[in-house]
Design a protein around this ligand. Structure first.
Ligand SMILES: Cc1cc2nc3c(=O)[nH]c(=O)nc-3n(C[C@H](O)[C@H](O)[C@H](O)COP(=O)(O)OP(=O)(O)OC[C@H]3O[C@@H](n4cnc5c(N)ncnc54)[C@H](O)[C@@H]3O)c2cc1C
Length: 460
């Protein structure tokens, strides 16, 4: 058995980028302009930063990687704390628990857990910060098997507005523990989380790409498969207009392509045969439509999963939109394709339908403020705005897709997928909003962190 804290950061294949500027963000389209910014490497640094903000009459904002900088409210009157806490990921293999310091990226957690045959409910990108993702729900690559990633959080350590370091869990301040998991932020600076890991004997993971001319038949077959798909499988389909980059195969950049990627998980050794069968049931009908241009589906260990979705590792400008959708049926899928594939006015680099359902639709009695996602698909569309004309084309295209999909729009959101500060989160009911507000006013009576509260997660 290893004990928490034994494994150092960055021992695997997904390392941590260098430190640099504390205002550095992943989304170059959404720079942050705080009054001041610091990088906190210890609890003491966090406390000092909070004391400084108070002394200078500033609010406090928190981030790690800036993957969500496009959703940040203005922060000219705030001190921004970039969390990069030291100590590294600790794995307790016997209890199947990871201790994750704030600022750690998912790739490091995956690399630390994989040698023990354990996996975490991480998302599609190894460079997303674990804490920001978990506090906002987290739609995992294994989402239909694990449920919402926030449900895997066992304990949260945070420094609140009074400078106190609190460790909250199901027994210690359960109200704050409930609110901090999906309540919309504004409770303090999280310095570490403990999360439950799950055993993985193997996965079948990968991405297959076809020319867009096959999109209608492919998506029709995929949509039918989703209706009663096993919860061990979590997939997404994307209509992609990829840039001509040297690292991408020419076949994928010659025109619009459709991609099916995901994971089928085998939790135990004797589940591998079942996972293979599930994968065949998914992929064979799609491969029969046409030979894929590229097909990387293969058997692997959990360390391979963060690379499956091929999210960009380096900062890029991104502008997009998000909806949670009801069952689309044939009509909805056709409408999605009408506005995303084969258009002359194409402005979106990616238009994605992520498959929901399975364990995602079930919370647990121990869930936080957000414990389940009640929808069939998460739509997200995004483009790369290099100039003002490009920005307008992307905004217009996002609006077109939003109008077209409005009959299936649930009006709710997956908070991690929300793309602008204007979009209300829509995932908390009125009672939950009041309950998280009560917790906030207890732990932050002066509203030091109020700028960090997501729209829709506090009473107006
Ligand atoms: C390429 C890409 C791929 C993605 N893939 C997925 C995916 O598969 N599934 C999914 O659910 N989401 C995904 N996301 C969205 C991502 O999970 C969210 O943007 C998430 O909020 C990022 O967390 P972060 O800490 O990296 O970002 P940051 O922008 O640094 O932080 C986001 C917010 O989290 C809060 N926060 C962060 N750290 C702390 C802290 N220490 N204390 C208190 N609050 C804190 C703050 O409110 C902050 O504004 C993806 C985003 C991108 C750009």
């Amino acid at each position: 058995m290893t004990t928490l804290g034994e494994r150092p950061v960055g021992t695997g294949t997904h390392g941590t980028p260098g430190d640099g500027d504390p205002t550095r963000v992943f989304n170059l389209f959404a720079p942050l302009n705080p009054a001041a910014a610091v990088t906190a490497r210890s609890v003491r640094d966090v406390r000092d930063a909070i004391a400084r903000a108070r002394a200078e009459g500033l609010g406090v904002r928190v981030h790690a990687t800036g993957h969500a900088s496009a959703t940040a409210r203005p922060m000219e009157d705030s001190l921004l704390i970039r969390t990069a806490l030291e100590g590294g990921v600790g794995i307790d293999a016997r209890r199947r628990v990871a201790r994750v310091p704030a600022g750690t990226r998912w790739g490091e957690v995956v690399d630390a857990a994989a040698p023990y045959g354990l996996a975490a409910a991480h998302g599609s990108s190894p460079t997303v910060g674990a804490v920001g993702y978990l506090l906002n729900g987290g739609l995992s690559m294994y989402a239909r098997y694990t449920g919402l990633a926030a449900n895997s959080v066992l304990a949260v350590e945070l420094v609140t507005a009074d400078g106190e370091l609190r460790r909250v869990d199901a027994e210690h301040d359960p109200d704050l523990f409930w609110a901090v998991r999906g309540g919309g932020g504004g409770f303090g600076v999280v310095t570490a989380v403990e999360i439950a890991l799950f055993p993985v004997a193997g996965v079948i993971t990968g991405a297959a790409f076809w020319p867009a001319e096959h999109a209608a038949r492919l998506l029709a077959r995929w949509q039918r498969w989703t209706l009663d798909a096993p919860s061990e499988a979590t997939t997404s389909v994307r209509v992609m207009n990829l840039p001509k980059l040297p690292e991408l195969p020419a076949a994928l950049t010659a025109g619009t392509v459709v991609c099916l990627d995901g994971v089928v998980v085998a939790p135990h050794g004797d589940d591998l045969a079942a996972a293979r069968r599930m994968c065949e049931e998914l992929l064979t009908p799609l491969r029969e439509v046409a030979d894929p241009l590229v097909d990387t589906w293969h058997e692997a260990g959990p360390a391979a999963v963060p690379d499956t979705h091929m999210d960009p590792p380096e900062p890029v400008p991104v502008l997009g939109d998000h909806l949670l959708l009801e069952e689309l049926g044939e009509e909805g899928v056709a409408e999605f394709l009408r506005v995303t594939a084969g258009r002359a006015d194409q402005a979106l680099t990616v238009a994605e339908l992520r498959q929901l359902g399975g364990a995602l639709s079930r919370g647990t009695p121990a869930s936080g403020a957000l414990g389940r996602i009640d929808a069939r698909y998460a739509y997200s569309g995004a483009g790369v705005p290099w100039d003002a004309a490009g920005e307008k084309r992307i905004r217009d295209h996002c609006a077109l897709v939003r109008r077209a999909l409005s009959p299936w729009d649930t009006g709710r959101t997956a908070p991690t997928f929300v793309a602008t500060p204007e979009q209300p989160q829509g995932h908390l009911g009125a009672d939950d909003v009041r309950a998280v507000d009560r917790v906030r006013s207890r732990v932050d009576p002066s509203g030091l962190f109020r700028g960090d509260v997501a729209p829709g997660c506090s009473a107006p």
